[in-house]
Design a protein around this ligand. Sequence first.
Ligand code: KG4
Ligand code: ZN
Length: 342
Amino acid sequence: MKEIRDMNILAIESSCDETAAAVVHNGREVCSNIISSQIELHKLYGGVVPEIASRKHIEKINQVIEEALREAQVTLDDIDAVAVTYGPGLVGALLVGVAEAKAIAYARHLPLIGVHHIEGHISANYIEHPDLEPPFLCLVVSGGHTHLVCVRDYGKYEILGRTRDDAAGEAYDKVARAIGLGYPGGPKIDRLAKEGDPDAISFPRAHIADAPFDFSFSGLKSAVLNYINGCQMKGETFRPADVAASFQKAVVDVLVEHSMRAAEEYGMGRFAIAGGVASNSALRESMKKACGERDLKFYHPSPIFCTDNAAMIGAAGYYEYLAGTRHGWDLNAVPNLKLGER
Ligand code: KG4
Ligand code: ZN
């Protein structure tokens, strides 16, 4: 693939509850990465309220973009293309980023590149690992997705497995709510689990007979809720730290087991993780160990590039640009966009 030198991409991400903008140089060098999180606002409701998210994106987006340009010490004159997440995600939230990106690209006569959110998460791994090139395997674990993906080449993905029900992050958030930890639950369970015994309670690990790389977390979530309800009905107290640690172990065991089976079957030498749950300390530790035992090179982004951000969209946008992807002014938000679709 021909490399185009000195290309600055202005990237925009607004698919869920983070309004984010970044300036990325040549796909891998992050000149700025601004994230305005709405977490405090959505906490009141125990989860993301789509209408509130869209409104907040509208309020914040210009400010976040200005800050991204300022921090990168550039102006729109130095920008060569605009990349934006156009799916999957909340339609109203996505529309804000898409409309903004189209307006800037149109006004400045710049190429417009629509990016798939999951492709962004996967590409977050390129930012801090100059040696990472496809092909490799990637486990994408976020609040909305659990995908085991074979990255054949830049922009070329084969989905080996996916969740049949809840995403891994969704299970973390629901269990956290049941223990009374609040939203978002992932980081809180991660922290609390450190004080608990992961072998205290035996929670189920789901395996799907005809699809060894697929996942299912709703049975595990129900088992945790039943355990808590059972204790409460019997008037027994339970140790939240033990529940958190035992639940986390069940999730991590399944994620690692399926990932390693895929790596062996597909003969891959490199394995990466991505998405919000990829910042989980237990998952990172277990994956590192499992990869080490198999001589697999293990990659993971820093936590700030795991959860939603625009730098990852800039990285993905660069490789899409090199592959010739250009979107027209009719680019629309696609809430259920499939990976690999254009
Ligand atoms: O990638 P992301 O920011 O948004 C989506 O694309 O969904 O992921 C957010 C998810 C939430 O479910 C959050 O609870 C989870 O990632 N998460 C974590 C951790 N940090 C964030 N889950 C487990 N451990 C963490 N440290
Ligand atoms: Zn995400």
